[in-house]
Design a protein around this ligand. Sequence first.
Ligand code: 1HN
Length: 356
Amino acid sequence: MAVATAKKATNGKPGPKHNIDAVREEYYRRIAKHDMAPLWKVMNSVVTEEPKTRCAPVVWHYDDVKSLVMESGGLITAEEAKRRVLILENPAMHGESKATNTLFAGIQMILPGEVAPAHRHVSAAIRFVLDGEGAYTAVEGEKAFMSPGDFVITANWAPHDHGNPSKKPMLWLDVLDFPAVNFFEASFAENFDAPTQETTRQDGDSLSFYGSGVLPDGTPSMNRSPVINYTYARTRPIVERMMQAGEIDKRHGARVRYANPVTGGPVLPTMTAWLAMLPKGFRGEPYRATDGTILVCVEGQGRTDVDGEVLEWGPNDIFVVPPWKRYRHTAPKESVLFSISDRPAQEALGIWREGK
Ligand code: 1HN
């Protein structure tokens, strides 16, 4: 009888070889009833020698994305949807609202005259404009009117609403850190009674006050940038100048990191962003890091080889490089890439690593 054998055999030492497996199985079943389990059966899968990602490399081509998102405009209003967003689902994690294991990505559309009502949440966002001109995000009392290539940050708990007084639809990429927030089970959110927030500052105030090489007296140090909008018009000429000066990283091209002007840190404590110009004919050297990255081709055309899988990209295509997958960019044409990753969150925890 198995139970009797187990009692006899577990007297400090394993029993005879021929029945040890059965004895162990019986033991595992018994400890499971006490919500216990043997570490030795799972040790190698819970503490892996190298990162094991669930995330797949993937590209969304803007031609498909734009027409499908435009179609949603005939199905639901921004008011009814609250946020009319199509989720970019990582194909390896369908149904989880994730582009990477820690980041959400989606395409939001605001049609002329529409308003997406004011709310706030713990999860922070970066919105990168793909199409349209003159719609705005109101954040913390300031309306940031946006153009393609600009982005706006919405920090943890910052009230925000969107509107489009222009004549054209606006589409942008939303990247939020809520999968990471939800990993910690730390999400809060609330709606406001009024659909739009009161404007207390002028468009451009935050950029002018904090992003011009000066800081108003008494500016406190914060773990998120006091600049709410970073414009393409200001940043593109910088990467172009770097490229002309030969300041070209062998892996990333002529690249800048968007910075919190008070601390030099990332724009948000959980997410960082970069803009890179790849010279015509660029053949990048391989690179990998533990942050998962969402990239957008802003201009040009090229491809990114991710661990043997080729992602071809052109204007407004969005693609994902999973954690620790070796990748290299190739650009037959001069190209501009915008990217976002969870690197600051990993660095804050002391777990970020990079390699070749
Ligand atoms: C959200 O609040 C916005 O405020 C966009 O525009 C996308 C995706 C998931 C959860 C909240 C927005 C979002 C979101």
